[in-house]
Ligand binder design. Structure first.
Ligand SMILES: Nc1nc2c(ncn2[C@@H]2O[C@H](COP(=O)(O)OP(=O)(O)OP(=O)(O)O)[C@@H](O)[C@H]2O)c(=O)[nH]1
Ligand SMILES: [Mg+2]
Length: 223
């Protein structure tokens, strides 16, 4: 069979023992949303999660990855995404889900809503092994205490995560250099991958897509 390409349903192709990912980013659909822990079904697919505070740009990043403007709802009002939303990507049989989490850290959210968030997110993470988390941090500011708590949670539970610094278009070169230098102290994890990203200019998108392709390439047997 040497030289014969073998195609897996996720779009992963193996040729002469080397993997190539043919992900069709333009094919994506809303798959499901969950507002309570009990609604969340067992994990059946590759799940790539987008985590970050309200308004940091999670939904915008998902839309940019998928070349769509409004698949994931975006708003200037923090707290737009209140449910865990699943988006399926790739061809019909593909088994890859991008997970848009509701944001945290918005001060005006009532206590009951914060408790709902904690139960929902806690229930989600405790019910599955996550393939990868993109932890979003606003490039303009130091990570918040909540951002750091999330990173600590991922590190403690051995959930792989990378950091996407959002809204890169809003910084001048000097500001970027300063933030980069400070982040080295502010993020207490060695060897964590950090990608600078802008949903406005598309900066960083190829890198983020490349990371997702690598994750999928490790899961060739997914249905
Ligand atoms: N200039 C700029 N604006 C951005 C970028 N990413 C997001 N925004 C804006 O930031 C606001 C919030 O974006 P969302 O994608 O809705 O943020 P979110 O993290 O999904 O927010 P929640 O759903 O509330 O948790 C919107 O007005 C976006 O247009 C970016 O890279 N550059
Ligand atoms: Mg959102």
């Amino acid at each position: 069979m040497c030289g014969t390409p073998r195609t897996y349903s996720c779009g992963f192709i193996l040729v002469n023992g080397r993997g190539y990912c043919m992900m069709n980013w333009n094919k994506a659909e809303f798959y499901a949303c969950y507002g309570t822990e009990k609604q969340i079904p067992p994990k059946e697919r590759v799940e790539i999660v987008f985590s970050g505070r309200s308004n940091v740009g999670k939904s915008s990043l998902i839309n940019k990855l998928l070349n769509r403007k409004t698949l994931a709802r975006v708003s200037q009002m923090p707290g737009k995404t209140a449910t865990i939303n699943f988006y399926k990507i790739g061809e019909e049989k593909s088994n890859i889900i991008l997970v848009d989490l509701p944001g945290y850290g918005y001060a005006k959210v009532p206590k009951t809503e914060k408790e709902r968030w904690q139960k929902l997110i806690g229930g989600y993470f405790s019910s599955r092994e996550i393939d990868l988390v993109f932890q979003l941090v606003d490039f303009r500011h130091p990570p918040t205490a909540d951002d750091l708590s999330m990173m600590e949670f991922y590190a403690e539970h051995e959930i792989p995560f990378i950091i996407a610094l959002t809204k890169a278009d809003k910084l001048k070169k000097k500001e970027r250099d300063e933030r980069r230098a400070s982040l080295e102290q502010e993020i207490p994890y060695d060897n964590v991958t950090v990608v600078e990203f802008s949903a406005k200019t598309g900066e960083g998108i190829k890198e983020l897509q490349g990371i997702i392709k690598e994750i999928i390439a490790f899961e060739p047997n997914q249905k």
